[in-house]
Ligand binder design. Structure first.
Ligand code: F0G
Length: 445
């Protein structure tokens, strides 16, 4: 194995480095880690990636993740050697990320108040397990295999557990999933059971479940596949990369995501930092993160809603004490994250510092939307013939809100990521039963 990729602590004052086969998700001082590549991929690869779309049966070319394998080559393999790829790269038969690309959705554009040509929505729900997670799980489980792990472990609001369960079943390894009891969509829970994962019900919320799952890994030697794992982030970089490829590598003005644990924000930021550094893109799109009103840690801290300080990455010197005080405040007041969009019901986003770094690099913004707004967003996506879940509806109404506030300009080009597919069958039914809802079409007797 060559020595072109390694792990590095994100804190510029610390900067500890680890070999690629390390399973640390944090440095010994407790800071998050990045996968760093020493090489500068040539722009000529854009043509190679494009050609691979006509894959002629090679699953690593079919895959929407591994098609871009030169940009994620932490296994440091010969990327043209398919036998070597098969030995290392984990794939759901090339299906992860394969279906995802940005689409125009005219009814969503009309609702938002933006020109149809300027709005692109990219459904990630058509991944095999039904959410964007498969992009990052492909790379995390590849790393798990590289180090010989026999069991993967995660905490989840549902989609991570579905994806981890599916990959584990395919690879013939064990999978433990920690879920906040009673707080995940039934369709997601049933997927984890279906794929043979061992469910561990936690009496608490996602933040408690994550803590328990990380303890489990410490004590019982599993491999963490939550987005705290830097290898998850690598695969999720392909979400904006696919969008950029589709737009002929011409940057949009904005890329918009719902915000939970901030793995997506992180991976989008990292992809943009790398592509800009390599000269693949000339303009840096701005990232907009959309929190739920009921789970708004990032929005509160970023927008100065707590102690009137606007939390920033601050070139690698963020005020982490402000975050600690905010969490203490939540605990003291007994404030728990609460939203019907359970996918993003998260109070302590693990990747907050990497998220802040992404926002600083892209001059990003953070906003919040209510549950009823998210349901409208979800429903209008459906009217275009696309399926998405409530948390993904946040992207649509987040864009609408930012346009109304004149933060996103009317002629800006916007890519919004629809993170997951509907897995709570009764949500649309309940929505349409109530004629007061904006897009409701109640049944006739
Ligand atoms: N949208 C959906 C559908 C999700 O499932 C999640 C996170 C997010 C958005 C938030 O993304 O964490 O990258 O900011 N779901 C995780 C899970 C936490 O366990 O399935 P993020």
């Amino acid at each position: 194995m060559q020595d072109n990729a390694y792990l590095k602590c994100i804190d510029p004052q610390c900067g500890l480095e680890y070999p690629i086969k390390s399973t640390n998700v944090q440095c010994e001082k407790g800071h998050l880690l990045d996968v760093i590549y020493k090489n500068n991929p040539s722009v000529k690869l854009q043509e190679v990636f494009y050609k691979r779309r006509n894959s002629q049966g090679n699953i690593f070319d079919e895959s929407g993740v591994w098609r871009f394998r030169e940009l994620l080559n932490f296994c440091q393999i010969d990327t043209e050697n398919i036998e070597e790829c098969s030995k290392y790269l984990v794939s759901l038969d090339g299906a992860e990320g394969r279906q995802s690309k940005p689409y125009h959705m005219s009814k969503a554009a009309k609702f938002i108040g933006i020109l149809n040509d300027n709005l692109w929505l990219q459904p990630e729900g058509y991944n095999p397990s039904g959410s964007f997670k498969d992009n990052g799980m492909a790379t995390a489980v590849t790393h798990a295999k590289l180090i010989g792990a026999k069991k993967i472990v995660c905490a989840s609001t549902g989609n991570t557990s579905a994806s981890a369960g599916m990959f584990a079943a395919n690879e013939g390894i064990e999978c433990n999933v920690y879920i906040p009891a009673g707080q995940i969509a039934p369709g997601k829970l049933s997927q984890a059971y279906q794929f043979g994962a061992q469910i561990v019900e936690v009496d608490g919320n996602f933040d408690d479940a994550l803590k328990q799952s990380l303890d489990d890994v410490q004590k019982n030697d599993g491999y963490t596949v939550n987005s705290i794992n830097p290898f998850r982030i690598e695969g999720q970089k392909t979400i904006p990369i696919r969008a950029l490829e589709y737009l002929n590598w011409e940057s949009p003005d904005w890329i918009v995501y719902p915000g939970g644990a901030l793995g997506n924000t992180t991976s989008c930021g990292k992809a943009l930092m790398e592509l800009y550094d390599w000269g693949w893109i000339k303009k840096i799109p701005r990232i907009a993160v959309v929190n739920s009103v009921g789970a708004s840690t990032l929005a509160d801290l970023y927008n100065g809603k707590f102690e009137e300080e606007e939390l920033r990455w601050n070139k690698g010197r963020p005020n982490t004490e402000l975050i600690t005080r905010y969490y203490d405040h939540l605990d003291k007041e007994g404030i728990l994250p609460k939203t019907k969009a359970t996918a993003i019901q998260i109070g302590r986003p693990t990747n907050i510092l990497k998220g802040l770094r992404a926002l600083e690099f892209t001059n990003g913004v953070v906003t919040t939307v209510s549950d009823s707004e998210m349901l409208d967003g979800m429903s209008v996506v459906g009217l275009n013939g696309f399926d998405c879940e409530m948390a993904s509806g946040a992207t649509v109404v987040g864009i609408k809100k930012l346009i109304n506030e004149d933060i996103i300009k009317k002629d800006d080009v916007v890519v919004g990521i629809l993170t997951g597919r509907q897995k709570d069958a009764m949500l649309p039914v309940d929505y349409h039963m109530n004629p007061e809802n904006k897009f409701a079409k109640p049944p006739k007797n």
